[in-house]
Design a binder for this molecule. Structure first.
Ligand SMILES: [Zn+2]
Ligand SMILES: [Zn+2]
Length: 135
């Protein structure tokens, strides 16, 4: 599996949390708000893994809001989920482009967008390259 490194699209700070590992890799840490409850959400940084550690009692099937833990900006992306029509949430790649996930708990819609298709090829090549070397 590919590990992604993401940052806040607003303030540019890393969202990776090396202290809180999921699948043995640093997790993607965001603030989640559901109803009046606010807490941390840790997502696996392995693309294709849906393992999470959630501190907010958001039931499966419900939509919550995602915020940057550094600048507190709403991470809502411009598009809606094609599967369930909930807002998508966006994280930025350092290299450009973004990964978007659905804000509905349990919906597995993921979307990776690159500004430059050549970058996509290069990034996948490099990621697979290090992946095979590291394991
Ligand atoms: Zn931020
Ligand atoms: Zn969805």
């Amino acid at each position: 599996m590919i590990q992604v490194h993401v940052q806040c699209p607003v303030c540019g700070k890393s969202l990776m949390d090396p202290e809180h590992k999921i699948d043995n890799y640093p997790s993607i840490a965001v603030d989640l708000v559901y109803g009046k409850k606010r807490g941390a959400l840790y997502l696996s940084s392995l693309y294709g893994s849906y393992n999470i550690d959630i501190k907010v009692p958001c039931p499966v099937g419900k939509v919550s809001s995602f915020f940057c833990p550094h600048c507190r900006e709403d991470l809502k992306a411009s598009r809606m989920c094609e599967v369930c029509q909930a807002p998508m949430v966006g994280f930025a790649f350092r290299e450009g482009g973004s990964i978007q996930i659905c804000s509905r708990r349990g919906c597995k819609k993921h979307l990776i967008e690159f500004e430059d298709p050549e970058l996509e090829l290069r990034m996948f090549y490099e990621t697979y390259g290090t992946f095979f070397k590291a394991h």
